[in-house]
Write a protein that binds this ligand. Structure first.
Ligand SMILES: Cc1ncc(COP(=O)(O)O)c(C=O)c1O
Length: 450
């Protein structure tokens, strides 16, 4: 490895970073993270902070899980790669699929299709949804419904169902036939409804209205995050996802639960859909499936959908979709070890307790600081803080102030994530009470600096 001077000189020079302006990175280079241990990260200048981001909503087990590291290095020795396209398989992939299916059996999941990450998983479920209807003789069902504020990755299909325009407008025209419904976002919504349960009803009515307008026979699937993550941690009331399930059932529309963040314990349950008492038709997963140690995702398929594919003729039911790294043996070994550790450490229970602590702590800060417009969370380790420069008009906080808060919090011991004028937090699910207090103290200093 080259020395620190080389790294600093070349930081953001050759590499273009996702989700940022390549020119801005020359003037404000990214922090270089060199090491990590437990739930802390260390940068090139030796600063060590609690990682309230969990890498990117993914390092559920923290950074020091030796069982997972050993599984990856051991598998590299035995079989570093082989294709899993039809005709060949490998032992870790067979075992990982078995473990994943068991993990989600209560959600009605019966089949697993491995991918290389969340965007791939979303793309897979969208494609399979269309094919499912085609096999059943309803080839007109091609459209997708989704929620505003939703995030479903960055492939063309996923970006098309995304509900935040900053991920869309520079890449239009996107996929035709994608329609966006109001989000159950009580702080801001077109109905001016602050009661979450009433708002859920209004969103459901808007959905039925859109379905009637489009004609149900044209709609393949509705995709939603059980708790909207990147859009600002938007937590619906418990009535919302069951309402969506009911509408999908009545109109023959598949319900896809995008569990890329919410899967594997982050909400305080093993899946976000289970958290709300709903069984989806398909799920897209990634992140916590390997705790971020190896890039893996999985599209998960319910018995209802699997049966249609498996009983179809080969021309219609063949899945001509997949990735070179689908069911990668090293990734698959990581999946099995990760799930075993996730269950052994019962991460969901800690996520629920520490999530409540974090959310309550931020609510206490909201009493102190007027710039905190809204605090969202309390369902596992996903907490969002929406900052405003004027509480009465809810004017979004300006970006220089957001950056100042971010940097001050970092200097005070916690890495948090900014999403426009929101602070988003999703620390490792192994985090302790004391480490949550470090985050809260750092935020306090950050807000005081604004
Ligand atoms: C709900 C959701 N879906 C899909 C994705 C895309 O996943 P990836 O970045 O692994 O492609 C993300 C990423 O954060 C996500 O939060």
């Amino acid at each position: 490895m080259k020395d620190d001077n080389f790294l600093k000189e070349n930081n953001a020079r050759q590499i273009w970073h996702p989700m940022g302006h390549p020119g801005d990175a020359h003037t404000t280079p990214p922090k270089i993270i060199t090491r990590a241990q437990g739930v802390t990260i260390t940068d090139i200048d030796g600063n060590t902070v609690v990682d309230a981001v969990g890498g990117l909503w993914c390092v559920n087990l923290g950074y020091s899980n030796d069982k997972l590291k050993d599984a990856i290095s051991g598998q590299l020795q035995d079989l570093p790669y082989y294709s899993a396209f039809a005709g060949t398989s490998n032992p870790p992939a067979i075992e990982a699929a078995y473990e994943v299916q068991n993990f989600f059996v209560e959600d009605g999941i019966e089949r697993v299709f491995f991918t290389s990450g969340g965007s791939d998983s979303v793309e897979t479920v969208l494609r399979l949804a269309r094919q499912y209807h085609r096999i059943r003789g309803e080839a007109t069902r091609t459209k997708f419904l989704s929620l505003k504020k939703g995030y479903h990755g960055t492939h063309i299909g996923g970006a098309s169902v995304n509900g935040n325009n900053r991920f869309r407008i520079n890449y239009e025209p996107l996929l035709p036939g994608c329609y966006h419904l109001p989000s159950p976002y009580a702080y801001r919504n077109p109905f001016h409804e602050t009661d979450p349960v009433k708002l859920a009803q209004l969103c459901a009515q808007a959905m039925e209205d859109e379905i009637q307008f489009q004609d149900p026979s044209t709609i393949a699937a509705f995709i939603m995050e059980p708790i909207q993550g990147a859009g600002g941690v938007i937590v619906p009331p418990e009535t919302f996802m069951p309402l969506m399930r009911d509408i999908c059932d009545r109109y023959g529309i598949l319900l896809i639960s995008d569990e890329v963040i919410t899967g594997f314990g982050r909400t305080g349950d093993w899946s976000g859909a289970r958290h709300w008492g709903v069984k989806p038709d398909m799920m897209s997963t990634a992140k916590g499936i390997t705790s971020g140690y190896f890039p893996v995702g999985a599209a998960l398929i319910s018995g209802k959908v699997a049966e249609v594919f498996e009983n179809s003729d080969s021309a219609q039911g063949g899945i001509y979709h997949g990735y070179t790294y689908s069911a990668h043996p090293v990734g698959a070994a990581a999946v099995t070890a990760c799930l075993q550790e996730t269950l052994r450490l019962d991460l969901k229970t800690n996520a629920a307790a520490r999530g409540t602590q974090l959310c309550e702590g931020v609510k206490a800060l909201a009493e102190k600081y007027d710039i905190i417009g809204d605090v969202r969370g309390g369902h596992g380790l996903m907490t969002g803080i929406e900052l405003v420069s004027d509480k009465a008009t809810k004017t979004p906080m300006d970006l220089p102030t957001m950056s100042k808060i971010h940097q001050t919090a970092y200097e005070a011991g916690a890495m948090v994530r900014l999403g426009a004028h929101n602070i988003l937090m999703s620390p490792p699910l192994t985090i302790t009470e004391d480490e949550i207090n470090v985050i809260l103290n750092a935020l306090d200093k950050g807000f005081a600096s604004a």
